[in-house]
Design a protein around this ligand. Structure first.
Ligand SMILES: NC(=O)C1=CN([C@@H]2O[C@H](COP(=O)(O)OP(=O)(O)OC[C@H]3O[C@@H](n4cnc5c(N)ncnc54)[C@H](OP(=O)(O)O)[C@@H]3O)[C@@H](O)[C@H]2O)C=CC1
Ligand SMILES: O=C(O)C1=N[C@H](C(=O)O)C[C@H](O)C1
Length: 246
């Protein structure tokens, strides 16, 4: 495959490495410094684009790929307020896009089991549930996209909580959730690649369900595999559709 890399930071550079390892060609690298000079014609001959840029840049990059009729895999988080709008354009214009808040196999298994756990815990009202995420200090968005997906999985499977609220520890006033609000606590610590925990706490015990990324390799490899999976498809996909859990 001929791959366009959109965003050549920590993830973009790993995407290049894993793409080449899997026998793909890097067609073009687009970063902040050359983005303005890139038009749809420059990327139209590629097979797929992979975007790991910034929350404020992802939407524009998606539109560029749609204009070029180029399938796009979006790993960038923090732009999900525009998801419905992008899905409509993708479907109306017969374009191809796959997005995911987390491309690692481990987290996708975690997403699945998180829903089962929420369902299992649902009758036991003595437990209160909370999500915690820890990331590096450079992260631009909070809560993490992964934490949002985890929270949505819990909200779908419990009647006790109606929405999530976010508290970035050390920033602003402490957020005290109401009883129907699911707290996502965000911590920004040094160079942590990404740790997510779901906690169910009662007076007598606590369940901790945790995923720890040791590096970004799992995210990058997953995104390249997703690009291979989606490049000959049409339509709007989520990473979860690539997995077939029982
Ligand atoms: N879904 C998943 O599995 C994962 C998602 N992510 C998400 O991916 C995104 C990128 O993460 P990461 O690589 O760590 O971040 P980095 O900050 O290391 O890299 C982002 C890169 O995007 C560049 N950029 C800025 N604006 C544009 C633009 N308009 N077009 C193209 N590139 C642009 C930046 O350039 P400059 O430095 O010059 O500003 C920078 O090189 C984040 O949103 C993060 O949350 C991260 C890991 C896994
Ligand atoms: O910004 C990051 O680094 C990461 N972002 C994604 C997210 O917001 O969930 C995925 C991963 O946790 C790393």
């Amino acid at each position: 495959m001929k791959i366009v890399i959109l965003g050549y930071g920590k993830m973009g550079q790993l995407i290049e490495k894993f793409s080449m390892k899997r026998g793909h060609e890097i067609f073009l690298i687009v970063d902040k410094n050359n983005r303005e000079s890139i038009s749809a014609d420059d990327i139209a001959e590629a097979d797929v684009a992979i975007d790991f840029s910034e929350p404020a840049a992802a939407l524009d990059n998606i539109h560029l790929c749609f204009e070029a009729n180029l399938p796009i895999v979006v790993g960038t988080t923090g732009w999900y307020d525009h998801l419905d709008e992008v899905q409509s354009i993708c479907e109306d214009e017969n374009q191809t896009m796959l997005y995911g808040s987390n491309f690692s196999i481990g987290v996708n298994v975690f997403f699945h089991v998180n829903k089962l756990l929420a369902k299992a815990m649902s009758p036991y009202k003595q437990y209160d549930v909370q999500v915690e995420e820890i990331h590096h200090i450079h992260k631009l968005d909070a809560p993490s996209g992964t934490a949002i997906t985890i929270a949505e999985g819990i909200l779908e499977n419990t009647s006790d909580k109606t929405k999530w609220v976010n508290d970035v520890i050390g920033e602003g006033e402490e957020v005290i959730p109401k009883s129907d609000e699911l707290l996502i606590e965000s911590h920004r610590i040094e160079e942590v690649p990404g740790t997510h925990t779901v906690l169910y706490s009662s007076e007598v015990d606590q369940i901790e369900f945790k995923h720890t990324a040791h590096s970004r390799a799992g995210f990058a490899l997953g995104a390249v595999v997703a690009a291979e999976w989606v490049q000959d498809k049409k339509g709007f996909y989520q990473i979860t559709e690539m997995f077939d859990f029982m």
